[in-house]
Design a protein around this ligand. Structure first.
Ligand code: FES
Length: 525
C-alpha cells in the first residue's frame, strides 16, 4: 500500500524543474503550481506577459494531484443550502461560469493532445439511507427549477444497484480525468514559454515602490504583479477569518464485485455527509476510488477516517485490497463562494476558498485573474470578489470556527503523562513550564522535538496520525514531522528544539536520556 494518491502513482509522464537559484525579474509571479497556478500562468502568457511560476514542492502534488479528478458544473453545497442563501439567478450563473472553466480544460486536452484519461460521464447524487431520501428529492426539484434537466433514479436503476442507493438523480455532460497528469502535461507544454521553479518556498513578499520582492531560500524574484494560487493566502490575510481548513481522505484499490458505471457518484450514507465514489482504469486494471470523511485540520483522527472509507468500500463489496490511501486539503468559505480577484493590495491577486470543487474553481480563477490583471472584469468577477467580506461579520465567523480549538488544548494536557509511551511513527504535543512541544518518533525510533506553536499566528499544532505531519487547526498550515512547511499560510518552519530550550522536554520526562546537541535522542521506554 502506498500513501501516494493513485493519480501521482499512475501518471506516465512526470517532469521536474530546478529551484529558483538566481535573481530574476518578471511581469507576473504566480505562486503555487497546482491547476489554478498553472492555468493562470498559461492564460497570462497568452496575453503577452512574462510569467514566472514558483512551487514550494512539486507541481500539482499538494492538492490537484490528491483530488477526485471529477469535473462538474454544480458545487459540493447541496442545492437547498445554496438556494437558502442566493437567488436562483446567481446559482445559475455559478453553474454557467463553472461550465466555462470545464470547457477550457477540455479544449486544453484536445488542443494539446493531453492523454489524461479524460471522459464525459454523468454526475449522480443519491441517498444511501432513508433519512437522506427527502434531501435528495428536494435537491432534484431545485435542479429542475434551475433548468438543469435532471434525470430521476429509482432504487432498481443500474447506477444505484451496486452502491445500494435508494433514490437519486443524475446530470449529464460532466467529466473525469487524471488531474495530476493533466497539470503535469500542461505545465510541460507551458515551460517552453515561461519560467517554472519547483522546490522554491516563498519566505517573504515585500514591496519596493511598484515592484514586489519575493524572497525564496536561494534567490529573489522581482515582479510587477503577484498571484497567490496557494489554496489559502500566504502569511496574514483577513480572508483566513472566513475560511475553514479541512482535511479529507482518499483510498483506491482494484475494483471488485458488481461493476460500477462510469460516473461521478456522490452518495449520502449519513445525513449531510457526502462520499464520492468513482472508477479509474489504468494499465488494463480497473480501480475504485472512495473519497470523503472530512474533518477540520488538526482536529480529527486521520487513521480512523481512512478506516471508515476502507470499511465503506468493503461493506459495499466494491473493493477488496486497498492499494493507495492519501489525504488532501480544502478551505471552505463561510458564504459558500470562493474569493478570486485583487487582494487588499494593488496588483496582488488571490484565488482561495474552493472547498472540494477546486479543479473547476481553480480553472475559473485563471479566467477571472487573466482579465483582472489587465484591468478587465470577467463576468464572474463580482460574484467572487475577495473584498465582499466585512470585518465584523468575519470576526464572528472566526470565533465560531475556532471555538473547538480550545477543547483540543485541554486534551493535550490530559494526554501528556502518556508521552513516554510514544511509539515509532507517532507524535504528541506536551506541555512543560508553560511551553508546548511537538514530539514525534520516526520509524527508526528517533525523536524529533519542535515547538508546537504554529509560526503563522501562534495556535498549537496537532499530530496527524495517518500522514505523519503536524497540522494547525486554526488556518490549516501543515508541517513535516521535523517541522518544515508542507502547506498553508505559514511561511516558516516550526522552531527546532535547539532554538527553544534543548533541556526542557527531556526534563519533562524526568529521565536521564542521552542527548547531544544536533542529534535526536531516543525516547526509550
Ligand atoms: Fe494560522 Fe497556524 S495556520 S495559526
Amino acid at each position: 500500500m502506498t500513501k501516494e494518491s493513485i493519480w501521482i502513482d499512475s501518471s506516465m509522464r512526470q517532469y521536474t524543474y530546478d529551484p529558483l537559484l538566481h535573481d530574476e525579474e518578471t511581469d507576473v509571479a504566480v505562486i503555487g503550481g497546482g491547476i489554478c497556478g498553472i492555468t493562470t500562468a498559461q492564460l497570462l502568457q497568452k496575453k503577452g506577459l512574462k510569467v514566472t511560476l514558483l512551487e514550494a514542492h512539486r507541481l500539482a502534488e499538494s492538492n490537484t494531484g490528491r483530488s477526485t479528478g471529477n469535473l462538474y458544473s454544480v458545487v459540493d453545497i447541496p442545492f437547498r443550502d445554496l438556494k437558502a442563501k442566493y437567488p436562483m439567478e446567481d446559482i445559475q450563473q455559478i453553474i454557467k461560469f463553472r461550465q466555462e472553466a470545464m470547457d477550457l480544460i477540455q479544449s486544453n486536452i484536445f488542443e494539446h493532445g493531453i492523454e489524461c484519461s479524460y471522459k464525459k460521464v454523468p454526475w449522480v447524487r443519491f441517498s444511501g439511507t432513508p433519512e437522506c431520501d427527502e434531501d435528495v428529492k428536494k435537491d432534484f426539484e431545485i435542479a429542475q427549477e434551475l433548468g438543469l434537466s435532471p434525470e430521476w433514479l429509482e432504487r432498481d436503476h443500474d447506477i444505484l444497484i451496486p452502491l445500494r442507493g435508494r433514490v437519486g438523480f443524475l446530470l449529464h455532460h460532466q467529466a473525469q480525468f487524471n488531474p495530476f497528469q493533466y497539470a503535469q502535461d500542461l505545465a510541460h507544454i507551458l515551460s517552453q514559454s515561461i519560467s517554472i521553479h519547483e522546490e522554491t518556498h516563498v519566505e517573504e513578499i515585500e514591496k519596493e515602490g511598484e515592484i514586489f520582492i519575493i524572497k525564496t531560500p536561494r534567490a529573489t524574484l522581482r515582479a510587477k504583479y503577484v498571484v497567490e494560487a496557494t489554496h489559502t493566502p500566504l502569511g496574514f490575510s483577513p480572508l483566513q477569518m472566513v475560511l475553514g481548513p479541512y482535511r479529507e481522505y482518499g483510498i483506491a484499490g482494484a475494483a471488485h464485485g458488481m461493476p460500477l458505471n462510469d460516473a461521478i457518484h456522490w452518495g449520502y450514507y449519513e445525513k449531510d455527509k457526502v462520499t464520492s465514489i468513482r472508477n479509474f482504469e489504468h494499465a488494463n486494471d480497473r480501480y475504485l476510488l472512495i473519497i470523503g470523511e472530512p474533518h477540520k485540520v488538526g482536529q480529527g483522527d486521520s487513521r480512523e477516517c481512512m478506516d471508515k472509507l476502507i470499511n465503506r468500500g468493503r461493506s459495499l463489496g466494491l473493493i477488496k485490497e486497498v492499494t493507495h490511501q492519501w489525504g488532501g486539503q480544502h478551505y471552505r468559505p463561510a458564504d459558500y463562494l470562493p474569493f478570486i480577484g485583487q487582494s487588499a493590495h494593488e496588483n496582488q491577486f488571490v484565488a482561495t476558498g474552493f472547498s472540494t470543487d477546486g479543479l473547476v474553481y481553480g480553472t475559473l480563477s485563471a479566467l477571472i485573474l487573466a482579465e483582472a490583471l489587465q484591468d478587465n472584469a470577467h463576468p464572474a468577477a463580482s460574484l467572487f470578489n475577495p473584498k465582499r467580506i466585512t470585518p465584523m461579520k468575519s470576526a464572528k465567523k472566526f470565533l465560531k470556527e475556532n471555538l473547538n480549538v480550545l477543547k483540543q488544548y485541554a486534551s493535550d494536557y490530559l494526554r501528556q503523562e502518556k508521552a513516554h509511551e510514544l511509539s515509532a511513527g507517532e507524535g504528541m504535543v506536551v506541555s512543560h513550564q508553560g511551553k508546548k512541544y511537538a514530539l514525534s518518533k520516526d520509524e527508526a525510533g528517533l525523536l524529533t522535538v519542535c515547538s508546537a506553536v504554529c509560526p503563522h499566528m501562534g495556535c498549537i499544532v496537532h499530530w496527524n496520525n495517518a500522514e505523519n505531519s503536524w497540522d494547525c487547526p486554526c488556518h490549516g498550515s501543515r508541517f513535516e514531522a521535523k517541522g518544515e512547511v508542507i502547506e498553508g499560510p505559514a511561511l516558516s518552519a516550526l522552531d527546532q528544539l535547539e532554538a527553544i530550550d534543548e533541556e526542557a522536554p527531556l526534563n519533562f520526562f524526568n529521565k536521564d536520556l542521552p542527548y547531544e546537541k544536533g542529534s535526536s535522542p531516543s525516547l526509550g521506554n
